[in-house]
Design a protein around this ligand. Structure first.
Ligand SMILES: C[S@@+](CC[C@H](N)C(=O)[O-])C[C@H]1O[C@@H](n2cnc3c(N)ncnc32)[C@H](O)[C@@H]1O
Length: 276
């Protein structure tokens, strides 16, 4: 636990005072996968009206810069084995700021409700009687499939798509239905699966998924440093081995459409800017 933890829950001067009628709100906002152009208009509006932005580590500076200069920015970045704030501290911080009358934007990478612990923050607000609004974001899987040109569902080869986590609490293996995930003609997207790639590939193949099933690994999707590796289920371990940034493993027949050399997200941004 960092030193001075108690002193870090600083309460900012409230906008409207402390009585319940004057409480502010908590906005649980999805910041998307990194490219600022993938932020929703609603997210942008919420950010522009923020008194305080409580953000996690996957949110880029370009997006944080969209909040007013005077808005306080608080990083509650989590890393796999070193948490700068525990979840219950974040929950209490959000509630305390709102009770001070502040408009609180809780800015999370991707979508707040896809492996984002947004549900816990929503529950904490509800328990405290604080209004909480949710602004969805583009989850990493959508950006990864878009930039690789490989659809997550595809007529004839991907009738379903499933998002799973490769990382369970306390480092345990996630409790997944491998037999179901191993069935052909469906896409499986694994979040937080880089370090567990060998185990995940082994489980899928052990349950009967063909080692030749097309697969895609995307690191830093939609960011200028995006890396895409087109591989197979049998090659997943090797493809994941050299990567360390936020990455997705995507397995499924439709990944045969993936292009390692499709235009990078940064080039799409410049195309859009040129038309603006
Ligand atoms: C805690 S989860 C948060 C997911 C987020 N809420 C979302 O909807 O994308 C973090 C994981 O999401 C994936 N991820 C997030 N941003 C990514 C990106 N830009 N490129 C690839 N994977 C990403 C990685 O698997 C990372 O380990």
């Amino acid at each position: 636990m960092p030193k001075n933890r108690k002193h870090r829950l600083v309460v900012l001067g409230g906008r409207k005072g402390g009585s319940k009628g004057a409480w502010g709100r908590v906005w649980l906002v999805g910041a998307g996968p990194g490219d600022p152009d993938l932020l929703t208009v609603k997210a942008l509006k919420a950010l522009r009206d923020a008194d305080v932005v409580v953000h996690d580590g996957l949110v880029s500076d370009a997006i944080l810069d969209l909040a007013p200069a005077e808005a306080r920015r608080i990083s509650v970045a989590k890393r796999k084995s070193r948490h700068s704030y525990a979840q219950d501290e974040i929950n209490r911080m959000l509630v305390a700021f709102a009770q001070e009358g502040l408009e609180v934007v809780r800015l999370k990478g991707g979508d707040p409700f896809i492996f984002g612990r947004g549900g816990e923050e929503l529950e904490a607000c509800r328990a405290a009687g604080v209004e909480c609004l949710v602004v969805p974001g583009v989850t990493a899987a959508l950006a990864a499939s878009a930039s690789a040109g490989a659809p997550l569902t595809h007529r004839g080869s991907a009738q379903a798509v499933t998002f799973v986590t490769g990382h369970a609490a306390a480092g345990a293996e996630p409790d997944l239905d491998w037999a179901s995930l191993a069935r052909a003609n469906q896409t499986v997207v694994i979040y937080m699966g880089l370090s567990a790639a060998p185990a995940i590939a082994g489980r899928l193949m052990g349950a009967g998924r063909d080692a030749a099933t097309p697969a895609l690994v995307v690191e830093n999707a939609s960011r200028p440093d995006e890396t895409r590796l087109v591989t197979t289920l049998g090659g997943l371990t090797e493809a994941a081995a050299g990567l360390s940034g936020p990455a997705l493993l995507i397995v499924g027949e439709a990944m045969s459409l993936a292009q390692a050399s499709a235009p990078a997200a940064a080039e799409f941004v410049s195309l859009l800017s040129a038309k603006a």
